[in-house]
Write a protein that binds this ligand. Structure first.
Ligand code: G3P
Length: 214
């Protein structure tokens, strides 16, 4: 499970639970933090010992490649997010040959996912919630991608992204997504259950009676 945020306090809190093995960011998430890219990457890499996705914003393949190599030079754990389009695919192909890890993002169809794997993407991120938002079944895309990647033994890993609620995480795990990247709020929702909270309160109240009696 990865955390989908650029907020360092959320990353510290989530990472301390011991269940998060990477972080994904995007330009929107980074913009919310109001920090320089260097500062944000420095903070995150200091906390998380695992893949950290940072998106390239260049539009032409040569510029994407140059930007990706610069991002990758910041830290060995950096994975470069690249949107799936013609220029992005060309860049992913070159970067995979140069051993720069990539996360092909904004994936909304199995055909885009197939092309990304053929180009040599390390990870591919289908945006489940954004498909659900337009009345399609985002998790069905994840399932079909997994089937295709397994048919051909692609090493590309599927990151279920744009996760909006705990049910998304549960289904992603059930169908065998390699990774789900989740907002901090969803991590909290996964952990908390009113019956657990009530149960602890009741046990503590009853235990206080036992202690009083002794
Ligand atoms: O980081 C990419 C993705 O997870 C964004 O999610 O909620 O903005 O669709 P969302």
């Amino acid at each position: 499970m990865f955390l989908d945020t650029a907020n360092i306090e959320e990353i510290k809190a989530a990472y301390s639970l011991g269940v998060i093995s990477g972080v994904t960011t995007n330009p929107s998430l980074l913009a919310k933090e109001g920090k320089s890219l260097d500062a944000a990457i420095r903070e995150i890499t200091a906390v998380v010992d695992g893949p950290i996705s940072v998106e390239a914003v260049s539009q032409e393949a040569p510029a994407i490649i140059a930007e990706a190599e610069k991002l990758a030079s910041f830290h060995p754990n950096i994975v470069v997010k690249i949107p799936v389009n013609a220029e992005g695919l060309k860049a992913v192909k070159v970067l995979s040959e140069r051993k720069v890890k990539t996360n092909v993002t904004l994936v909304f169809s199995v055909n885009q996912a197939l092309l990304a794997a053929l180009a040599g993407a390390t990870y591919v991120s289908p945006f489940v919630g954004r498909l659900d938002d337009i009345g399609q079944d985002g998790m069905q895309l994840v399932a079909e991608m997994l089937e295709i990647y397994r048919n051909y033994s692609f090493p590309t890993q599927v990151i279920a992204a744009s996760i909006r609620h705990p049910l998304h995480v549960a289904i992603a795990a059930k169908i065998g997504a390699d990774i789900a990247t989740i907002p901090y709020k969803v991590l909290t929702q996964m952990l908390n259950h009113p019956l657990t909270t009530l149960g602890i309160e009741k046990f503590l109240a009853d235990w206080a009676k036992v202690s009083d009696a002794s």
